[in-house]
Every structure is written in C-alpha cells, then in structure tokens.
Design a protein around this ligand. Structure first.
Ligand code: ARG
Length: 566
C-alpha cells in the first residue's frame, strides 16, 4: 500500500541529515488525539543536532517542506510536526488495499525467513483439562496464528505433562483401585478420583509413596508393565483433550511432551557436569544461582531421578538443535516465573547465546465466580463443560431471537465457544481475572458476540444489494467524521497485529476488533447505506465490505469464527 508512514519519513528525510531514514520512521507516530492529525513527528531528539528548541525545529521544518498531494496540512505544535492526510486519498488507498488483499489484509512479511516455536497448552496427562488451561491454550493459539499471519515459520508444540513421579503414583493407584472399563467410559474424572485417593491413603500409609517412586523408576527404565499402563493413561487422556482442542480450533505441530526428553536426559546431565555447572548437595545435584539472586535449581534428586526443570533444559537444547529456532516462546502461567528464570539462566551458563531467544510469556490466574480452580481437591471446573454450557445457552438465545436461522447448531458453537475464547483474550495477559459466563455471552459490551454480531450485520447489508469491489468508487464521499474514523481504524490493522506479536499480547487484536465494531456501528447508525444516490451507496458499501473483511481477519487471529448470520 501507499504507506503513509514511510512516505512521511521519506519526506522528512530530505530535510533531516542528523537521522537515518529508519530512525525517522521509527519516530513517526499517530497522535493520541486524532484532531491533531493522522501522523506526528516529535522533534525532541533533533534538539542537539539542530541546536534549536524542538518547537523551533518543528516550525522550520513546516516552512521547508513542500506539501505533497496526499497531505492536506502540516502543522507545528509544541515540538511536534503534525500531518493531516488527505481524506479522499486516504480512504482510497486503504479501502482499495483491503478489497484487493481480502483475507491477507493486515498480514505482512516481517517474519519472513524466521522460525518461531510457540509452546502452549501443555496440559497434564490424566489430569483435568480445566478452566485455568484456557489461558495458555488460547493465548498460545492466538500467537501462533498472529505469527503465521506475519510470515513467520511457526512450530506449535504441546509440551504434554506426561512424565514425572506422579505417574508412579497413578500406576500404584490404578493397580490398587482402578477399573479399566469404568475409566475408559470417562477417563479423566476416574483417573483423578484414584489419584486423589492415593494422596489420601498415602497420608496414613507412607509406604505407598515409596512404591510410587519405584514404579516411576521402572517407567524410566522401560519396564513393560509400567510403559503399558502409562501408554494407556496417555491415550485415554489425549482422546479427551483432542476433543476439546477441536472445539476450540486449536492445533499443534508436535505433541512432544516431557517423556519425549527422557532419553535425552543423560546427555544434558553429562554436559552440565562436564561444564562444572552442577554441584552435589546432600546427594542431589543442584545449580547454584545465588550470584544472580535466584534460588538454587534442583537438577537430579537423591534417588537419581530426573526433574521437570532438567527436562526443560533438555527440551530447549533439543529444540535449538532440531528446529534451529529464532525464537522459542513458552506460554505458561506466572506461577512458574522462577522455574523459567532458573533454567534460562542455566542455558546461559552453559554458554548458549540463544538463551536470549527463550521467552516466557506469562499470565495471571483465572478464577471462576464460584471460587478458584484447583486439581488436587477435586472441585475442578472442566473447560469442556464451560464450552458446552456456553453453546447450550447461546442456542437458547438464538431460539428466542432468531428461531428460523439455518445452521443454528453450528452458529451456536461459533458464538458460544467464541465468546469464552474472546473473553479470555480480551483480558490483559498478566492480569488475574474472574470469569463470568453471563458477561461473556452478552451481545453487548466488549464481547466476542458483539464483534461477531457486527460482522454479521455487515454481511446482511451486503446480502441485500450487489456490491462490486471492482466498480468505480468516489472516495470523496467517505470523508465525513464517522466514515473517516472507520477508515483510520482499517488502516491501523497491520500495525495492531505487529504490536500484538511484539508484546505477545493477543488482547491488542481483541480490543482493536471491538473498537472497529463500535466505530462501524456509529457509521451504520449515522449513515443510511442503501440510499438512492448510486455513487453514495456504492462508496458506503465499499466501507461496509472492507469492515466485514477486517473484522473477519481480526476474529480469526483471536481464534473466533465469523458466521455470516446469527
Ligand atoms: N504441564 C505443565 C503444568 O501444567 C506446564 C508445562 C509448561 N511448559 C514447560 N516447558 N515447562 O504446569
């Protein structure tokens, strides 16, 4: 597209020797207050080179610059140079680009040639896929989509929690109280039941813990019975998990979980020992990180068995060797902040520069209105139940409001599940929040259904008349304030996506979608679209069409479908 930002930077460059084009480009911004203009260039950094106060610099630049066709006005205000873009030119450039790129609009090639690994969800085998898991799962999937959209090669990994001493416990519990038939019918709650029972019984009978440890050792040594039971737990769990992923539209390239690294453990341990990074401490091995203000990291236990952290070291090393990533992202809750600090530091101590490319994208807790979520106590809320309930309630709403809608069930899924997902991604990542199904399903306010509804509204207009994006459009008819607001937002989409990926914040896109929907609804409210004046009708339809395209693209990036009718 005719990129205004670039064009303005080029224009400025002709008058500024003290900065490179790139440096200038970096500084060109959107004024917070749109009445100040569409773009602004702060002159503060030039003070030294120009030996002048910023407002003086702005004034003299204003005098020197010959205003090009795409700009209406340049003004110097308090050290800023403000640019007002010609509205007709702007509308034409933006809308033509949306109409030609369609589902690619907003994408770019900033990631070309770079490989990003995104690890997310990483649920634990034989444990509930609970409401708390929605965070990692959806933030991760959204980042996955955003990175792809920006041209990165991506690898989506589900680092399954399928290893560790808890599997020794589960084997013991299964052998004592497990009933295969009962468990197969409803695996997770039944496995959870016996797992909880193990903890209760072990309080009075500590020998159970010893037994569990020895079964885990057997598993590590490939004992056939241990492996068979472990495989059974894993297969049964994955069947259930995949059902949830399908409902959410979440996909992975790899399910290499913790167990995948069990045979890579000796190598990493040898390296740590050879490089003198580990020290013995009471029979175990640790890495002393005191110098860095970080508590020591446990690498092997007294009984020699490996640990979660050690598996993460092996996993990171493997990923670097196998994928040769440029960036290795982990979407994991803030409760594990220390864990990530520790092992990433250890990677650095091992002499690997790429420790810098390992990034912990953390997030706060999600609580349900009824209370917080916990696995051990058994009062856990399954994510799938929340999704099903959302779909069920949405269907009720549809039956009430639009009973003749075709595809009701499908649409109810798109809206109900989308609502839950949207609510999740609308929240700032590192904030704790309380989930409310009622608020989530509302068609008003800052919700998924609201955005989807706005999209469907645009679709419905476009169904009523034929609109040809190739036709001649008089863009000067889109220069009223509400139309201009919509155009300005459409233009911003790519920047929003780039920002979201830079900060690992899908909520940037979610918020943008709401803002675009709100502004479109103002436009829709203020401007009759299906008017007699053909030229006016056509211009407004072009805006409706473009908004529909961009809303759909934005929804897709935050993992929502965009039904045409609802
Ligand atoms: N399965 C872990 C849990 O539920 C999360 C795994 C996070 N990823 C990692 N590479 N450590 O706590």
């Amino acid at each position: 597209m005719h990129n205004y930002k670039n064009a303005i930077a080029e224009l400025l460059k002709k008058h500024i020797d003290a900065m490179t084009y790139e440096e200038i480009l970096e500084l060109v911004e959107h004024p917070k207050n749109t009445s100040m203009g569409d773009f602004a260039f702060p002159c503060f950094k030039l003070s030294k080179a120009f030996r002048k106060a910023p407002n003086m610099i702005a004034e003299s630049l204003k005098e020197e610059i010959v205003i090009p066709e795409f700009i209406d006005q340049i003004e110097a205000v308090s050290g800023f140079l403000n640019f007002k873009v010609n509205s007709t030119h702007f509308a034409k450039v933006v809308i033509e680009e949306v109409m030609s790129k369609k589902d690619k609009y907003g994408s770019s090639d900033v990631g070309e040639g770079k490989k990003t690994i995104i690890e997310y969800s990483s649920v634990n085998i034989a444990k509930p896929f609970h409401m708390g898991h929605i965070r990692s799962t959806m933030i991760g999937e959204s980042l996955h989509r955003i990175y792809k959209f920006l041209g990165y090669e991506t690898v989506a990994i589900n680092h399954l929690g399928d290893y560790g001493t808890q599997f020794g416990k589960l084997i013991v519990a299964y052998k004592l109280w497990g009933d295969k038939e009962v468990i197969e019918k409803d695996p997770i709650p039944e496995l959870l039941k016996i797992y909880v029972k193990f903890h209760q019984e072990a309080e009075n009978n500590p020998s159970l813990e010893d037994e569990a440890r020895s079964w885990f050792t057997k598993l590590e040594n490939n004992d056939p019975e241990a492996v068979e039971l472990w495989t059974l737990f894993k297969e049964m769990s994955l069947k259930v998990f995949n059902r949830v992923y399908e409902k959410l539209g979440v996909t992975f390239d790899s399910y290499a979980g913790e167990s995948f690294y069990s045979d890579k453990m000796p190598m990493i341990l040898k390296e740590l020992r050879d490089k003198n990074i580990v020290v013995k401490s009471e029979g175990a091995e640790i890495v002393d990180l005191e110098k860095y203000g970080i508590p020591p990291a446990l690498i092997t236990k007294k009984d020699g068995s490996s640990l979660y952290l050690t598996r993460d070291l092996a996993a990171a090393k493997y990923r670097k060797d196998f994928y040769d990533f440029d960036k290795n992202i982990y979407v994991v809750g803030s409760a594990q902040k220390l864990h990530f600090q520790q092992w990433i530091k250890i990677i650095e101590l091992m002499g690997y520069e790429w420790h810098k490319d390992c990034i912990h994208v953390d997030f706060g807790m999600v609580a349900l209105e009824a209370g917080s979520l916990s696995t051990r106590k058994g009062n856990v809320v399954f994510l799938e139940d929340v999704l099903d309930k959302a779909v069920e309630q949405t269907l009720e709403i549809i039956n009430e409001k639009n009973p003749d809608l075709t595809n009701k069930e499908e649409v109810a899924k798109d809206i109900g599940i989308g609502a839950v997902v949207f609510q999740e991604l609308y929240t700032t990542r590192n904030k704790d929040y309380t989930f409310s199904l009622e608020k989530t399903l509302s068609f008003e306010g800052e919700t998924g259904p609201y955005v989807q509804y706005t999209h469907a509204r645009a679709c419905s207009v476009l169904r009523k008349v034929s609109f040809d994006p190739q036709s001649n459009i008089d863009y000067s008819l889109l220069t009223d304030e509400v139309s201009k607001d919509v155009v300005r937002l459409l233009a911003k989409f790519n920047e929003i996506v780039v920002l979201a990926h830079k900060n690992y914040e899908p909520h940037t896109v979610a918020r943008y979608a709401v803002e675009l929907a709100q502004n479109f609804n103002h436009f829709y409210h203020d401007n009759a679209i299906l008017v007699d004046d053909e030229a006016l009708k056509n211009a407004r339809l072009a805006l409706v069409y473009s908004t529909k395209v961009v809303l759909e693209n934005a929804l897709k990036l935050v993992c929502l479908k965009a039904p045409e009718q609802m």
